[in-house]
Design a protein. Structure first.
Length: 212
């Protein structure tokens, strides 16, 4: 996948994620189509993350893992404020757990992380497993790569209780070879994620006060 394709896909996913969160926090479930479209977001983020990491230098995985963990921990209080609960933990920590499972050389640590993630993380075992599947897709070739991605997508659809996540696949296919200079900001995704939660928290607070 080209660098330009990855960046365009990230922006598409950010827009869909924002719509899903607006649906949950401000519209109180009044626009279910936004939630359906939001099922596309996680597979795009996971696939783009895998594509970035397994085409980069050997140390890139460790740096990305640290960045995801630190950002996820710092953002979690804001995430809890917006959604009214500390669990499940935010999606950054799900991505971090998936990267760890895909990169660790210790089988028992990978299994432990997968089991712990099943209790505390957003998308639970399915999310961690899908990041692992994306890593396998990047590392392997042919039918094994396709089988890994298919298993990961099946788990994600099973967890969601619907097949909307499958719509991520044609998007990934369409933008896989996109050419052109698309600006890339290392902290853009993390900054936007924190900023949009802060804005949602502000609007939710204002609306809550106006209804009292």
């Amino acid at each position: 996948m080209t660098s330009g394709g990855r960046e365009v896909l990230k922006w598409i996913a950010l827009v869909l994620m924002t719509g899903d969160h607006v649906h949950k926090v401000l519209l109180h479930g009044a626009a279910p189509w936004l939630e359906d479209a939001g099922r596309i977001v996680f597979p795009i983020f996971a696939f783009v993350l895998g594509s970035n990491l397994w085409q980069a230098s050997p140390g890139a995985t460790d740096r990305a893992l640290r960045r995801l963990v630190v950002a996820g921990v710092l953002i979690q209080p804001l995430h809890a404020l917006v959604f009214g609960a500390w669990l499940p933990l935010n999606i950054l920590l799900t991505l971090a757990a998936g990267v760890y499972v895909a990169s660790t050389q210790s089988l028992w640590r990978a299994v432990l992380c997968l089991l712990v993630g099943s209790f505390f993380l957003d998308y639970q075992w399915a999310g961690v497993g899908f990041v692992l599947a994306c890593a396998m897709f990047q590392r392997w070739h042919g039918w094994r790569a396709c089988l890994a991605l298919a298993c990961g997508m099946f788990g994600l659809c099973w967890f969601n209780g619907n097949a909307w996540a499958l719509l991520a696949l044609p998007l990934l296919w369409c933008f896989r070879s996109l050419r052109g200079d698309v600006p890339r900001g290392r902290w853009t995704f993390l900054g936007y994620y924190a900023a949009h939660l802060a804005v949602l928290a502000g609007f939710a607070s204002i609306l809550g006060e106006s209804m009292q």
